[in-house]
Write a protein that binds this ligand. Structure first.
Ligand code: ZN
Length: 132
């Protein structure tokens, strides 16, 4: 269960996004200390997708989780095993990490039970093939 403080911090971070669907991500430790924040943002070259070394695919945007991971300096030394991640869509809508971000987070050593997102308790939105 993600605390109100973390949810508020993620909402605040999502405001910074320049995308249509604005997401913010907070990486924090077991004491609730915020380690890093990130938001999704456009990443295009003349309107085209670009290769992103973390996503490892051509993307038109950097997702909030990746932006936060890149900013999280300390865990690159100590490991991400005890880190928690919360991904938030502005206003609290569904912000389930995509398969690419999920695999990156797991690869970094973040445990699946430490990954949470807004809208998790709702039926997934139509972009995932189901209508709320
Ligand atoms: Zn993603």
């Amino acid at each position: 269960m993600t605390s109100e403080n973390i949810i508020r911090a993620a909402e605040h971070e999502a405001v910074e996004s320049d995308m249509k669907f604005r997401h913010g991500c907070i990486i924090y430790d077991k004491h609730g200390i915020v380690i890093a924040a990130g938001h999704n943002r456009r990443l295009t070259y003349n309107g085209r997708a670009r290769f992103h070394p973390f996503h490892r695919i051509m993307v038109k945007s950097v997702h909030a989780e990746i932006a936060a991971l890149i900013r999280a300096a300390a865990p690159w030394h100590c490991g991400f095993r005890d880190m928690k991640i919360y991904v938030h869509r502005l206003g609290g809508g569904n912000s389930k990490p995509c398969d690419g971000c999920f695999s990156v987070m797991l690869h970094m050593g973040i445990r699946p039970q430490n990954i949470d997102w807004s809208g998790k308790d709702r039926i997934e939105e139509s972009q995932y093939g189901r209508v709320a």
